[in-house]
Design a protein around this ligand. Structure first.
Ligand code: ADP
Ligand code: MG
Ligand code: MG
Length: 896
């Protein structure tokens, strides 16, 4: 049998989101659960992929759609295009991953000049029929025919103005009919074709338009930001229309099974009487809180509550729902596991565990490190003196400060120049997406908690206050006016409190968030802090990988310890050569004799010993992996341009130049490299600059002795950077051991320090089997490994072509952000396999920045890495992610 491209809602289930899209799969699931879903069918993502590849719909799709349409007509007892009592359908996009409002949906398909009259007669409402036809012609013109939507809006605005009314409800049926005529002439003028009267043609072209919208600008921007692959395609759902705009006993709304802001149980949502679905989301009219429905239509309200419970029990998670009431009859039009704030994610996960609905491993799958990071962002100081501009609906929590902008272009321009901006709009639409991405916060004058602005901001973790109706927003004049007459021009700084729902003039002071206070002090409090604490405890319990910190100073080490580090996995030593010590380093580099060099190094020794003693003391009892000096020596010399100028000036004016400056300048000439990243650094320095590592190792050894004598438990480990061949490591290792033996002989205290190597060159990874027997541990330096595997320098690439690569889809994410599994990841796997074959049980860690990236952490877990080492601030999220990685092997629950 040929592949089916079309499935009835009665055939699918939620497991089929890949094929049917999330919306289609969930419509099928709700149909199976017996919820009142208007009947319909789904055209699969397979069909879309054929369309995207070939430019036309697959062979046989027409026939399949015809068959399913016939069935739909039988079930509803109405025919598409039938002059009296016609069947109307919606043609709805719906991809694997929810992309709210990013692609197109066309409502009221099937109306034409004849059936609009039939619809008016069968419903007894002429206004409604013409309003629906008006919507169809407008959506069809904009979406299918690609006519600028503003052309239609202008007509509507003019008509409203002529009649002195503010919304379409007040226009008469006759006027709506005239508007339809005007719309049709716009279509004729712009495209040379007539608005199609054949409903099947409307349907087919609407389906193709939805497929086509997958590659629309805003959909691509959204996917880029959310890391959704570009080749999935969308499904299309064709569904019998139900009408919320049939008068006061009709309406439409959005509901959540619990508060998506806090996770608290309760009635939560928006309702708009006498309206069609998209009216709620677009914020064109202010919706009522859902509680009001209890008064307006107690029966529907009770039934809705029952369905919400059914859905939450079934999906075992917070769900959101689109519903429509047509003359007292409730229909459910969509559900999905709802987007939520970071706070709600943690609270809901714990609440569902407490209610016995999910297990801990499942709960960990429902929160992530990025959300935890968001909770550590600072808040506004509640005690600060403020100038309140407006109060709105707290739609997405957090604190943001930025310059006010009124449109996407300005937001993108200023953010591109490094400025923080706050986007202020009447309401947002998917076209505002690039501006929302660029902004720290979004403020809207209209719309509720389920408006586009609110939903998208929550999904992106942006701060949002919506429905700030007191603000008089003048986007043309680029200014807003507060209720008290205060005028705020574009570029003025405001503070947006998404938790309180307030907008303030000026920049408010920030304080640590409660979650940060908990991480710093261990102080727990009910609510989000308690939920975070419990999730972290569970993650620590379940994770296989140790989580260590990258820390170079005693202060960092102490913070790392507070944030739950199991030690230091990377202690860089370069700062020990900077600041006031630079002078000694210069002396060492400029030394002409061994004795001169010795003196310079001897001066550094006690200072470094102090550094190491401090760190070992802060991390007493835990491993401290010290990396020997890595960067090229020229980085320790003063900036050359200034001295070159001074020398030139001296020469030109006949003055005697400073002798030391001349020598530094000459040394720099000698040390200059075309590609310092690939030059004399790491182990290469150790092998070519006499005495350099002996000094470092002696300082480490003596610090260990000092700590032992002080009654401590120092666990120093020594790590050699940039090894390419085992011979380098053997030579350096021998020297390390010799120095440590000397320290032991001098002090009479035994010093045992494991010696390991970084794996950060492809050659090291490929010869790991030979290197392992000489190493006590491996630690992947994934930054350098990425640079050398890709053959690019990170800073240069980020400043120049990486953005273009991302834009053109050559790479999906920067390989410096998320481990490149196919290339760098492959080398890592080879090194782990061969390393452990060379030395069974070899301890293996990762100390590059990837060790703090959620997706990469999952990879390291799967690859068999023993420990991660990341910056102290990323420790909590790394602990959580390591726990989630371990949990995912005990559950197949997935989040997205
Ligand atoms: P989006 O993915 O942007 O939410 P939808 O396909 O859900 O787009 O549709 C947009 C709006 O139209 C929603 O409010 C939805 O509830 C409404 N809608 C879609 N199909 C129907 C239908 N068959 N009857 C009534 N309203 C509908
Ligand atoms: Mg929807
Ligand atoms: Mg490195």
């Amino acid at each position: 049998m040929a592949t089916a491209y079309v499935y009835e809602f009665t055939e699918g289930s939620r497991e089929q989101a890949g094929l049917l899209g999330g919306k289609g799969a969930n419509l099928a699931e709700m149909t199976r659960l017996g919820l009142p879903v208007p009947p319909g069918f789904t055209v699969t993502t397979d069909a879309c992929r054929v369309f995207l590849r070939t430019g036309s719909t697959p062979e046989g799709l027409d026939r399949e759609i015809a068959g399913h349409l016939t069935r739909l007509e039988q079930v509803t007892g109405r025919r598409l295009g039938q002059a009296d009592n016609p069947l109307l359908v919606s043609v709805r996009s719906g991809a694997r991953f929810s992309m709210p409002g990013m692609m197109d949906t066309i409502l009221d398909v099937g109306l034409n000049d004849a059936s609009v009259i039939g619809l008016a007669e069968s419903t007894g409402r002429e206004h409604f029929a013409w309003d629906s036809y008006r919507r169809l012609v407008q959506m069809y013109g904009a979406t299918v025919l690609g006519i600028d939507g503003a052309r239609f809006e202008e007509v509507l605005t003019r008509r409203r103005r002529e009649r002195g009314v503010t919304d379409d409800v007040s226009l008469e049926a006759r006027e709506l009919a005239e508007i339809v005529r005007e719309f049709k002439s716009i279509i004729r003028a712009d495209t040379g074709e007539e608005f199609p009267q054949d409903p099947r043609e409307q349907l087919d072209r609407a389906v193709s338009a939805v497929f086509h919208s997958w590659n629309g600008e805003r959909a691509r921007v959204y996917r880029g930001r959310e890391h959704i692959p570009d080749d999935l395609g969308t499904a299309v759902n064709v569904q019998a229309m139900v009408f919320g705009n049939l008068g006061p006993d009709s309406g439409t709304g959005v509901a959540f099974t619990r508060d998506p802001g806090t996770g608290r149980a309760g009635v939560y949502g928006d309702y708009l009487a006498d309206a069609q679905g998209e009216d709620v989301v677009s914020g064109v009219r202010d919706a009522l809180p859902l509680q009001e429905l209890e008064r307006l239509d107690p029966d529907s309200y009770a039934r809705l509550g029952e369905y919400l419970r059914t859905l939450e029990t079934h999906y075992r998670d917070l769900c959101d729902v689109e519903f429509t009431i047509e003359r007292g009859r409730l229909w459910v039009l969509q559900t999905r596991v709802g987007k939520r704030t970071a706070e709600a994610a943690f609270r809901i996960a714990c609440a569902l565990v407490d209610e016995g609905v999910i297990t801990w491993p499942e709960a960990l799958a429902r929160v992530d490190g990025e959300q935890l990071d968001q909770l550590t962002f600072p808040r506004f100081d509640a005690h600060a003196d403020t100038m309140l501009l407006a109060r709105g609906i707290p739609a997405a929590p957090g604190a943001a400060v930025g310059a006010v902008v009124f449109d996407v272009a300005e937001a993108v321009r200023r953010a591109g120049a490094g400025e923080r901006v706050v986007l202020v709009r009447h309401e947002t639409s998917p076209d505002d997406l690039p501006g929302m991405i660029a902004a720290e916060a979004v403020v809207t004058g209209r719309g509720g908690k389920t408006s586009h602005a609110a939903v998208v901001a929550r999904g992106m973790g942006k701060v949002c206050v919506c429905g700030a109706a007191e603000l008089d927003i003048d986007t043309r004049g680029r200014r807003l006016t507060a209720a008290d007459g205060t005028i705020v021009e574009e570029g003025a700084v405001v503070s947006v409190d998404g938790t309180a729902g307030t907008v303030h003039l000026g920049s408010l002071p920030l304080v640590a968030s409660p979650v940060t206070r908990y991480l710093e002090t261990g102080t727990r409090s009910p609510g989000v802090v308690e939920a975070v604490a419990r999730c972290l405890e569970q993650a620590d319990e379940i994770r296989r990988m140790d989580v260590l910190a990258n820390a170079d100073t005693p202060e960092d080490a102490a913070r790392a310890r507070r944030y739950g580090a199991g030690g230091i996995g990377l202690c860089r030593t370069e700062h020990m050569f900077l600041g006031t010590r630079r002078h000694f380093v210069e002396d060492m580099i400029l030394a002409r004799t061994d004795a001169e060099r010795r003196r310079a190094l001897d001066a550094l020794l006690p200072l470094q010993r102090e550094d190491f003693t401090g760190i070992l003391s802060a991390m007493d009892g835990l491993p401290v992996t010290i990396r020997l000096i890595d960067p090229p020596l020229h980085e320790f010399l003063p900036d050359d341009t200034e001295s070159a100028i001074r020398l030139a000036v001296a020469r030109a004016t006949g003055r005697e130049p400073d002798r030391r400056e001349v020598r530094v300048h000459e040394a720099l000439e000698v040390l200059r490299e075309e590609n310092p990243m690939l030059g004399l650094r790491g182990v290469r320095l150790a092998l070519t600059v006499p005495g350099l590592i002996a000094t470092q190792v002696r300082a480490i050894g003596e610090a260990v002795v000092a700590r032992i004598r002080a009654g401590g438990d120092p666990r120093a480990e020594i790590m050699i950077p940039l090894v390419a061949t085992v011979k380098e490591l053997s030579l350096v290792r021998a020297e390390v051991e010799r120095v440590l033996a000397d320290v032991e002989a001098d002090t009479g205290v035994p010093v045992r320090c494991p010696v390991g190597t970084m794996i950060e060159l492809p050659r090291a990874a490929l010869t790991a089997g030979a290197i392992a027997p000489v190493a006590d541990f491996f630690s992947f330096g994934t930054n350098d490994l990425t640079q050398t595997t890709w053959g690019l320098s990170r800073d240069d690439a980020e400043a120049s072509f990486l953005a273009a690569y991302l834009d053109r889809g050559i790479i999906e994410v920067s390989p410096f952000e998320r481990i490149d599994r196919a290339g760098v990841g492959r080398l890592i796997r080879i090194a782990i396999d061969e390393g452990r074959r060379g030395k069974p049980g070899l301890r293996i860690g990762v100390c590059g920045e990837h060790a703090g990236d959620p997706d990469s952490i999952r990879f390291f877990h799967d690859a068999g890495v023993d420990y991660l080492s990341c910056s102290p601030y990323r420790l909590p999220s790394a602990r959580l992610e390591a726990g989630r990685a371990a949990a995912s092997t005990t559950t197949d629950a997935d989040t997205r």
